[in-house]
Write a protein that binds this ligand. Structure first.
Ligand code: ZN
Length: 251
């Protein structure tokens, strides 16, 4: 069966002398692993459209047990990301997240839109990297069905306080009064009003407004910490690309 779709290359590796196996987040088929046959010997267009982080229009053959990319036309390469090691490593982490969280063999337009917009903001330096990281982690988890409950205090229902506590293992929030009464030993991250609002925004905002919030640096660090802890305790696995990103940013 022949499929025409659009896709973002999340991973690539060489197979044999001239073939390449690419993992692509496509609009219509979700995450697919596809052979780009003999791309090295073919024209530059097809090669460049199947490289890491390339967003392309794809003509794909779907066989019984494998996909083959017949042809590809580049739309966007996010070239600027390749010029900055820190941004590139964060982009690769976003890709690994998509491999793990986006569906296979089903429509994935929301995931693709989130990835493309995040990579655009990251490549152009339009938002702090840690803010983008928190947005991608929280929103992709929500799209994948891991929606936290950030509406109000889990115990008393109060909506706002100077400090709310986020419990990343349970994906809930509580107020200061309730957390002092609780006996559970789960870690809790105190969030001031602005950061609580931002964390809610990453989950509940309409997509068009998803990236349009601002926080001071301290707030962004808190937001990023809360998002990463929620991600890691929800997905329960390590991400080599995330560890690499932390190594680089610590240097
Ligand atoms: Zn409460």
């Amino acid at each position: 069966m022949q499929i025409n779709t659009e896709g973002l290359v999340l991973m690539e590796k060489s197979v044999g002398e001239s073939d390449r196996l690419v993992t692509v987040l496509t609009r219509d088929e979700g995450v697919i692993r596809a052979f780009a046959q003999q791309a090295k010997r073919l024209q530059n267009r097809k090669l460049s459209s199947t490289q890491l982080l390339s967003f392309s229009r794809l003509s794909v053959y779907k066989g019984r047990d494998k996909y083959i990319i017949n042809d590809a036309w580049p739309i966007e390469s996010f070239f600027d990301l390749r010029l900055d090691m820190e941004r590139l490593s964060l982009a690769q982490y976003f890709c690994e997240l998509a491999v793990v969280l986006a569906p296979e063999e089903s429509e994935a337009g929301d995931f693709l839109r989130l990835m493309l917009n995040s990579l655009h903001f990251l490549a152009k330096g339009l938002r702090p990297s840690l803010q983008l990281k928190a947005v991608v982690e929280m929103r992709m988890l929500a799209l994948a069905g891991y929606m936290p409950d950030l509406v109000c205090c889990h115990d008393c229902g109060c909506y706002e306080a100077d400090t709310m506590y986020f419990l990343p293992r349970s994906g809930i929030i509580t107020c200061a009064d309730c957390i002092s009464k609780t006996t559970q030993q789960e870690p809790a991250i105190p969030l001031p009003r602005g950061v609580m609002t931002a964390l809610r925004h990453t989950i509940y905002a309409e997509f068009d407004k998803l990236f349009s919030f601002r926080l001071l640096d301290d707030g962004i660090r808190l937001l990023a910490d809360a998002a990463e802890q929620y991600l890691l305790s929800t997905v329960q696995r390590r991400f080599a690309t995330l560890e690499f990103y932390h190594q680089i940013t610590r240097m």
